[in-house]
Ligand binder design. Structure first.
Ligand code: GLU
Length: 495
């Protein structure tokens, strides 16, 4: 069982030094939940804000959990969000491979090195994997902990299956986290966890330490569910004699005060949010502020582009307390991003949603988009907002009554009677011409503009709430259709 150190020396020699290096290390589960996306973003920001290197590593050692196409979801999400990686399975790098299942041999070698160093041991006990992982394992009762070298070699020679366990020493362990500060635990609360499983694959708890070291990771950013394992990681780094990276544990993203967000309970993933009509930029901006706040001059700023986040980001602004995912807040961010788009970009994004309800090619998408832009929280709200263009909905006469506009069915009858011939006689059907004609008419009739606009809008759209006012709606409908609808309104009033 002597160890050839050459392999380890070569591995050490490959490790890049001198720059900040961070990694996002997702397990390919088939979706990117909001907490994961936030971890990816913070990890990327720590690297980018310090001129460092950002690495993508795929953690697929739990073969039972593998899902087809899951890695593509990760690539696609990262690319859409602009979280580019400098090293990873697809782009390679100095410490490849970047997929854990392809690093299998490495873990076995390091586990055996740790046995040599006395910080791990072969365990031949018959145990199911769930027993091994449960942590309910009484190490003082484990007969394998104190096997002699000869006994171990004899069992290995017999070909007995084994796991390799970490030998937790007596005493206490203190580690430092950039967000949570110093944490000390008594080692008797830590189990002799499995490092290498019977199938020769490492547990996550072992693989992450080996990989983070061999990849030269300076800042390990992950969810705070890993805080309780951090002392064991520390002991592993110390056992190997390696530098301990800066730990940055992020508190969970919660659905409400009690529950973490979870796919199983129907909480949305990044892709679900996209499908619900949220813009990537708005999601990212919102997620950035879920558990991080800017400081100084920017402490009140809410809207950040990705390059602005790179400038403003400082990991000391990451919060210890869990963040609650607030749909209304995300809606607000999305509306701001939709409003800030150029009219052309908005029209392009809105077109498929507009065309879900507006099939009539005579109705101009750009004009419809222009009335929607200021009144839209999500792209998916659009079809319902513009459904009246293709078909005038059935509506009741009570829609013509509006206190603020000083209208009732009687007033509206008079207004529509007056406005129909004026609009019919208009030589040019432009927004300005329609607007001026309506304002002139209101003046002539000595009524408030709203008193005239209300019945025109109701008759044109058949809805109380519309994107755009009477003028824009009539303009989009065209003269013929407008007049037809206003006449229909009038007959409804007279019936
Ligand atoms: N594969 C782990 C996860 O998806 C990563 C944890 C870590 O970043 O170390 O939760």
């Amino acid at each position: 069982m002597s160890v050839d150190m050459k392999y380890f020396e070569e591995m050490e020699a490959k490790i890049p030094h001198g720059k900040v290096r961070t990694r996002f290390a997702p397990s390919p589960t088939g979706y990117m939940h909001v907490g994961n996306l936030r971890t990816a973003l913070y990890t990327w920001l720590i690297a980018r804000s310090q001129g460092g290197t950002f690495i993508l590593r795929i953690e697929d050692t739990d073969q039972g959990r593998l899902v087809d196409g899951a890695v593509d979801v990760i690539y696609r999400t990262m690319a859409e969000c602009g979280l580019d990686h400098d090293e990873g399975p697809d782009v390679g790098g100095p410490v490849a491979p970047y997929i854990q299942s392809e690093r299998r041999d490495t873990y076995g070698k390091y586990a055996k090195l740790l046995v040599e160093k006395g910080h791990a041991y072969y365990c031949f006990c018959e145990k199911t994997e769930s027993e091994e992982d449960s942590g309910n394992f009484n190490r003082t009762a484990d007969p394998c902990r104190d096997l002699t070298r000869e006994e171990v070699e004899a069992k290995l020679a017999q070909g007995l299956p084994y796991v390799i366990r970490q030998r937790i020493p007596a005493g206490t362990t203190t580690f430092h986290d950039a967000i949570f500060g110093d944490i000390t635990v008594d080692n008797n609360t830590l189990d002799d966890q499995v490092l290498l499983k019977r199938d020769g694959l490492p547990t996550y708890n072992f693989a992450n330490v080996i990989d983070d070291h061999l990849m030269g990771i300076t800042h390990v950013v992950r969810g705070s569910e890993y805080l309780s394992s951090a002392p064991k990681y520390n002991l592993l780094y110390e056992a190997f004699g390696w530098d301990i990276p800066t730990y940055v544990h992020c508190s969970p993203v919660m659905r409400d005060a009690q529950n973490k967000m979870s796919k199983r309970h129907g909480d949305p993933s990044y892709e679900d949010l996209k499908a619900e009509g949220y813009l990537t930029e708005a999601i990212l901006n919102y997620v950035a502020l879920l558990g991080w706040s800017p400081k100084g001059e920017q402490s009140e700023q809410e809207i950040f582009t990705l390059p602005e986040l790179v400038k403003a980001f400082d990991m000391t602004g990451i919060s210890k307390s869990p963040a609650i995912f607030d749909r209304a807040k995300l809606d607000h961010f999305n509306a701001v991003y939709l409003r800030n788009m150029t009219p052309e970009a908005f029209a392009k994004a809105a077109e498929p949603y507009i065309r879900q309800s507006v099939k009539n090619p005579a109705y101009d998408v750009a004009s419809i988009a222009s009335v929607l832009q200021a009144r839209c929280e999500k792209l998916t709200d659009i079809p319902e907002k513009v459904d009246f263009f293709d078909a005038l909905p059935a509506y009741g006469v009570e829609f013509f009554t509006n206190k603020k506009s000083k209208t009732n069915p009687e007033v509206c009858t008079a207004m529509l009677e007056a406005v129909i011939p004026v609009l019919e006689a208009l030589p040019a059907w432009t927004v300005d011409a329609i607007h001026d004609a309506l304002i002139d008419l209101a003046q002539k009739l000595e009524v408030k503009n709203a008193t005239l606009m209300w019945p025109v809008r109701i008759a044109a759209a058949g809805k109380l709430v519309t994107p755009g006012g009477a003028v824009e709606i009539c303009h989009i409908l065209g003269k013929e259709e407008t007049v037809r609808r206003l006449r229909q309104g009038l007959s409804l009033l007279r019936s």
